[in-house]
Design a protein. Structure first.
Length: 191
């Protein structure tokens, strides 16, 4: 995995516009890219101007609060699509962990691996040391390693590329409902 990360850095994948301070409502959102759960490069520039982006950072795949948060986003996915919003979940997990996480919970949105913490840093999201947890998957014990552990923060980026919502004290179970209500209010206020 370290070789993959180094190749990503050399090739320019996983790069971001680095911020020196946390981004706030009204700021231009950082442009970021990273590997998704399939190992494909996902780039925010492909969505700005087309969709609202809900960017939520979570500590670790396959853990209690993170699973509850992801499943709530899964359950509201039709409503997010209906208001023109894409959901992106970001953690320091290796891409293979994201495959397990997505499959185990039937997640229907993109997960990104922030192996070096560059995306977290660009948004000003606090991180701490990563770690490894062990889970039973398909009858076998599997080690799930993450390079960093992000704090649970959520942002909404509007179609102009600006931060229009920031929550740095996220309630995992209520996060999807709060962001959906915020987007609906933004749309109503702009009509």
């Amino acid at each position: 995995m370290r070789k993959l990360f180094l190749l990503m850095v050399i090739a320019g994948f996983g790069t971001v516009s680095l911020a020196t301070t946390p981004v706030n409502v009204g700021d231009k959102a950082p442009v970021f890219s990273g590997l998704d759960e399939n190992g494909d490069v996902w780039n925010s520039e492909n969505f700005v101007g087309k969709d609202y982006l809900v960017v939520y950072f979570y500590p670790a795949a396959m853990t209690g609060g993170c699973t509850a948060q992801a499943c709530a986003y899964r359950d509201f996915q039709d409503e997010f699509s209906g208001v023109g919003a894409k959901v992106i979940g970001i953690s320091g997990d290796e891409p293979k962990n994201l495959v397990y996480f997505k499959k185990a919970n039937n997640l229907n949105f993109t997960l990104l691996s922030d192996l070096g913490g560059e995306i977290s840093k660009a948004f000003g999201v606090e991180t701490r040391e990563g770690g490894t947890i062990q889970r039973e998957i398909a009858g076998a014990k599997v080690d799930l390693t993450r390079s960093i552990t992000s704090m649970r923060w959520t942002f909404i980026i509007d179609k102009k590329g600006n931060i229009v919502y920031k929550d740095d004290a996220v309630n995992a179970q209520e996060d999807s409902k709060n962001t959906l209500e915020t987007i609906k209010k933004l749309i109503a206020d702009n009509n």
